[in-house]
Design a protein around this ligand. Structure first.
Ligand SMILES: [Fe+2]
Length: 204
């Protein structure tokens, strides 16, 4: 599936507007071998400032619904609380080193809710991310999941069971930025297993 540019273009234009990046982007220091990208977290949660800037919340909701339907997941699937819906904007030289994401409230915005679990802990839910590059670099920026590189196209979604599968990226090359829209969910482990996306016995 390739997402319609009509659906993704309002978001792309918002991110390409440097004033929005300067005002709302945060340096994301974790998991990056080279080049810290600008991150925009909790985009599922409308903020007055972002609304005033013209952030296209309704289009993001439409993209989310389209991707959830594509993967046959409930439209009201639980949004994961540590990053939620996020955008990562990066330029030439950036790459993400191999890591997994937490399957529990590890570093969300409310410190009183944080839980402390062993690394790679898997419980009743798995951190799953529905991803799409709304701007794909001239070269690189591909996802690597369980050591396998996926040659995806611009606007072509992919699914990463990021709480179970080690993931990273290839290095961004060229002048075109990499802009990732990543929608995080906590999906019941039983559902992820039933879909064959994760095999507990061999991977735990
Ligand atoms: Fe990750």
């Amino acid at each position: 599936m390739i997402l319609d540019t009509e659906l993704t273009n309002p978001l792309l234009q918002w991110v390409l507007h440097k004033e929005n990046r300067d005002k709302f982007g945060n340096i994301m220091p974790n998991h990056h071998t080279q080049g810290s990208p600008l991150g925009f977290r909790y985009l599922h949660n409308p903020s007055p400032d972002l609304l005033a800037s013209g952030f296209p919340y309704s289009e993001v909701r439409d993209i989310a619904d389209t991707m959830l339907e594509h993967y046959d997941l409930y439209l009201d699937s639980e949004i994961e609380p540590n990053y939620g819906y996020l955008i990562s904007y990066s330029e030439e030289g950036h790459e993400v080193h191999p890591h997994r994401d937490a399957n529990y409230y590890g570093d969300g915005p409310d410190p009183t809710q944080r839980e402390y679990k062993p690394k790679y802990w898997i419980g009743d839910v798995l951190h799953c991310r529905l991803n799409v590059l709304i701007s794909k670099p001239e070269k690189g920026g591909n996802p690597i999941i369980n050591k396998l590189e996926h040659g995806i196209q611009e606007n072509e979604p992919w699914l990463c069971i990021s709480g179970a599968h080690t993931h990273s990226t290839t290095k961004v090359e060229g002048s075109k930025p990499r802009i990732l829209l990543s929608l995080g969910y906590f999906i019941p482990t039983a559902i992820v297993e039933a879909k064959g996306w994760f095999v507990r016995d061999t991977e735990r």
